[in-house]
Each structure stands twice: as C-alpha cells, then as structure tokens.
Design a protein around this ligand. Structure first.
Ligand code: AMP
Length: 543
C-alpha cells in the first residue's frame, strides 16, 4: 500500500524559494576579488539567481548541460550554484589550484558548455583555452568597470548578462535524482574522477549538516565557510545555510589569518568550517597579534586530521569548540562529525578530550563498517582497525563516465581508502589513508598519529610522516618537518619528544628538516611527492 503523502521532489530550487520567502532578513556577506565587501539578503540573492537562470536559458543552456565555475567563495558563485542547478543543468565547480593539464582534462571530460570565472583565474584559462574542445564562451564574474583585457574568445560580462534579464522565473520541476553538481576528486594516481551529486542527495545532505549533532546550522548562527566552494560544495554549507537562514559570510580570495580574523570580528561569525592548514594560519596570527575571535563559538575542522594541539589551543586559549569531522568528495562530504553524547559528562576531562579528538560519529544517512582484508566486518570495539566502507543517499554510487571503480567492488558499498576503528558508541577514528600506513616488521604505524605528536611540539609548524624502505623492517617511519623560524630544535630532541607518547618501535628513525612541505590542490600533504624524494633514505647502499 502506498502512503498518501505529497510526492514533491527534493530540489535545490526549493531551498532558494524557501530562503527568499522565509529568511528575508538573512544576510550574505562576501569579500570580493575587486576589493570591497558586498552584502545583500536572501531575497535579492534569489532574484539574481533567477536572472542568471534566465540568462543561461538565453545562452542555450539545456537540462543536463555542464556549466563550469572557477571561483572563490562569493555571492556570484552562490548564484551559480542555484541558477545552474535550479534549471536542471549541472554546476561543475573546478578547483583552480589543480595543475593546468588537470584543469583542461576535467573541463573536457565534463564537456563543459560555458565557463564562469572570477578575475583571479583568467590567466589560468588563457593558458589552456586552445585545449578546451566544447566550451562555447567565458563569463567574467564581475561588472563592466572591471572587465579585463583577455585573449579568451567569446567573453561576456556577468553583470551585463544579469542586467538584461527578468528576475521572475518559474523554476522547473523534475525528478529529484537529476544531476545537480559535479566535483572532480584528484587521486594521487590516474586522472581526476568526477563525483556527480543529485538534487536529492544535496537536499538530504543539507538536512544532515543542519542537525544539532552535526554542524548545527540555524537561523541564529553566522556561518563562515572557509572551505572552498570549488571543492565539495563548501562542505554543503552553501545549501545548508540558506535552508535554515544562517547569515553567510564568504571570504573570497583572502583566506590568510589576518583577513579571517578581521572578517570573523567584523561580521560576528559564530561558526566556521575549514581544513587544519587554514586554522593553523589563523591561530598563528592570533598569537602574534594578540587579537581574538570572541564571537566564534565553534569551528568544524576536517579534510585532514585535526591535531590535538589545535583542538586544545582553540578551546583553552580562545574558547572555541572544535568539531572534528571526516568526509570525502564522494560523501558530499559529511560522513561523521564529533559532537558529545550525554555519557561524555561522566568522563574525566582527559577522557572527554581524547574522545573529542576522534573524527566523529555517523549521522543518520551514513552507514559505516570496517572490514578486514577478506572483507569480513570487524567489531566496533575501538580497537579493531580495518578498511572503512560507507553507504547512504549522499554517497556516490560510481564516478562520472567511468565504468569501473575499484572503490565500488563490494556491491552497495563505497570503499573510502581510509583505515580506522569505530568504538562501541559509534565514534570513528581514522588511522590513515590505506596507502599512507607504515608497515614495520609486519606491524602498522599510523602516520597521522606521528604527525599529530610532532605538531604538538611548540617548535614544529608542520610535519609529515612517511614510510622509508628499510633493509631489516621493510618500512620504517621518517619525519619531514618544517620548524619555526630560527628554532634550534634538533633531530635528537624531536625524537626524544616521542618517548612517552608512542611505543619505542613506533618512534621515527630519522627527521629531515625542510623549508616547506608539498601540498595537493585540496591542501593535503602530498605524501606521494615526499615518498618519491625520501623513501630510499634509510637503505644501505648496495654494492
Ligand atoms: P577529499 O575527497 O579531497 O575531500 O579527501 C577525502 C580524504 O581526506 C579522506 O578519504 C581522508 O583520507 C581525508 N580526511 C578527511 N577528513 C579527515 C579527518 N578529519 N581526519 C583524517 N583524514 C581526513
């Protein structure tokens, strides 16, 4: 028997319509590439998104067409999120930090029809324009006064495009499983792979991130997504905030510590989200300037493991609660968020802190399991460590135009490539990426754990632990470290720092000090580059 409830599809345009009607006072504040702060409210954003959609129709955009964006977090990008997807076309956000050949590959692979770009990325596009096969033209996300001189063909000014259109539109209604946006994830090997989100997955994920045991977005919050809109939809905040009417503060191109502190203070930001590198820069600035972020109640940190020392500093020195979170491009991205349960009140302060350092616990919508090498499910005892697999309505079932994916070998599950344990209360702790684990004499060593300890040392700015080949043990950990300027820290002193923190056999064999560590386009440590350079460091020369 079928239920007798209305069969209304979950569409992204419904978030926009709801926000325009119900959150009339909700502000969207953006730092612009052109310089000044721009501010308007949800109704104006909705009206301009409608103008954009009408303009896209005028440009011949059809349902299913891919429209590429190279843009920072800003109001025009937010208009594209809704104007493009609202029509049933696909908003393809492109990470401008990728290598130029990767950018041209994904634009061609996605077969983007039009590219919308912030002024910052015009040179990136100029360098690859002759390789782009299906692109009809380029829209500069600015007004006529700031139009650049460019060698790009078929260039249109965003504001001129909108000015010529009506702000009235009847948003089309279609199947909620229609594709809405596309984001490529760059593995360390092979071509980037496209994750194709749907309206249904996006709307359900938005509900998920607004839950109080998740990011807890609400109309009484002011949200600052530092995590970019060009990667995994700014962790869904670009949909969640309008859904509940949070004030939204978009940092544009300026994500350094000083600019973020000023924005947080000026706009009274209460909740923020970003990767550890961003917050390390903010904390450094607070430390050196003596400034504060008193309005900030909590920050969601994920994308890489958040070091314990960062959680402590935020909490103890600035009164900011850190919600550690784990997710992936393939999981929209929120998989788990670390919020306390009632039982945490009965724990000692140390135990509570240790629990808060784990990646977090599942939301309804994400089912998890950990398995051994024979794909047998392992117990949730907080000890057994296995391959993490997930499934749910906002987890990808395959990659865009890719027939085979090793991550989907077990039907109905997505293998994350991460290894971890889950405790009886459902808290996940990520040990490592499978390929970053260090296997020494048959035992696994977590590179994340070694890195977290290193950055807890006051003289260490950043650290990477990688496996180096070793004649006797197969692999042994070594540390590559950036230390604070002028620090006298020595290899022996740093290794001694590990002595009461890990078992003796887990202590790295060597420390290499360097000026800078390599990062991927999404800001993670590029272990592949480091392994290529240092993996032979412990080997005895043959011959
Ligand atoms: P991406 O798809 O680029 O967002 O990268 C997803 C990967 O980032 C995951 O598979 C993890 O390896 C890593 N990751 C994300 N969040 C965390 C976290 N809180 N702790 C450790 N690793 C994380």
């Amino acid at each position: 028997m079928r239920g007798l409830m209305m069969d209304q599809p979950l569409l992204i345009s419904s978030i926009l319509k709801f926000a325009a009607r119900n959150h009339v006072e909700g502000e969207i504040v953006s730092r612009t590439v052109e310089g000044p702060i721009h501010r308007y409210r949800y109704p104006e954003w909705a009206a301009r998104s409608a103008r954009l959609a009408n303009a896209l129709l005028g440009l011949g955009v059809n349902q299913g067409d891919r429209i590429g964006t190279l843009a920072w977090n800003g109001y025009r990008h937010l208009e594209l999120y809704y104007g493009v997807s609202g029509l049933g076309a696909v908003c393809h956000t492109i990470n401008p930090r990728l290598f130029p050949n990767q950018i041209s590959y994904i634009i061609n692979h996605a077969d983007d029809r039009w590219l919308f770009t912030d002024l910052s990325f015009v040179p990136v596009l100029e360098a690859i324009a002759d390789q782009l096969t299906g692109v009809k033209g380029f829209v500069m996300m600015t007004d006529s006064a700031h139009m650049p001189a460019t060698s790009l063909p078929n260039v249109i000014c965003y504001e001129d495009l909108l000015a010529a259109e009506s702000d009235q539109i009847e948003w089309p209604v279609f199947d909620e499983n229609t594709a809405s946006s596309l984001c490529y994830t760059s593995g360390t090997t092979g071509h980037p792979k496209g994750v194709l989100y749907s309206h249904r997955s996006t709307v359900l994920h938005s509900y998920g991130i607004c839950l109080p045991d998740s990011m807890g977005l609400s109309s009484s919050e002011c949200m600052l997504p530092v995590v970019p809109m060009f990667h995994v939809n700014a962790w869904g905040t670009a949909y969640g905030a309008p859904m509940v009417g949070s004030k939204l503060v978009l940092p544009g191109p300026r994500m350094d510590g000083e600019s973020l502190q000023a924005l947080i203070e000026d706009e009274s930001v209460t909740v923020a989200a970003g990767v550890p590198t961003i917050w390390a820069a903010l904390l450094n600035h607070l430390e050196s300037s003596g400034k504060r972020v008193d309005s900030l109640k909590r920050t969601i940190i994920g994308g890489s493991s958040c070091p314990e020392s960062m959680i402590r500093t935020f909490q103890d020195r600035y009164g900011v609660r850190v919600l550690h979170a784990w997710g992936m491009t393939e999981t929209s991205p929120i998989g788990v968020v670390n919020t306390p349960k009632l039982f945490a009140d009965t724990l000692s302060e140390e135990q509570r802190f240790a629990l808060g350092c784990k990646q977090g616990r599942g939301l309804f919508g994400i089912e998890m399991k950990i398995t051994d090498d024979d794909d047998r499910a392992l117990p949730w005892d907080g000890i057994a460590m296995g391959k993490l697999k997930v499934r749910g309505p906002w987890v990808c079932s395959g990659y865009y135009q890719l027939d085979q994916s090793s991550a989907h070998q077990e039907p109905g599950w997505f293998e994350t490539g991460d290894v971890g344990s889950i405790d009886p209360h459902g808290y996940l702790q990520i040990t490592d990426r499978t390929k970053d684990l260090i296997k020494s004499g048959g035992e696994w060593i977590s590179s994340i754990e070694l890195e977290n300890i290193a950055v807890g040392h006051p003289d260490v700015v950043e650290a990477a632990a990688i496996a180096a080949r070793d004649d006797r043990w197969g692999e042994r950990p070594i540390l590559i470290v950036v230390k604070t300027e002028g620090s006298p820290l020595t290899e022996a002193a740093l290794l001694a720092y590990y002595e009461d923190k890990v078992a003796k056999w887990q202590i790295p064999n060597a420390v290499v000090f360097c000026e800078e560590l390599p990062h991927t386009a999404t800001g993670k440590l590029s272990k592949l580059t480091l392994r290529e350079k240092y993996e032979g460091i412990l080997e005895t020369p043959k011959g």
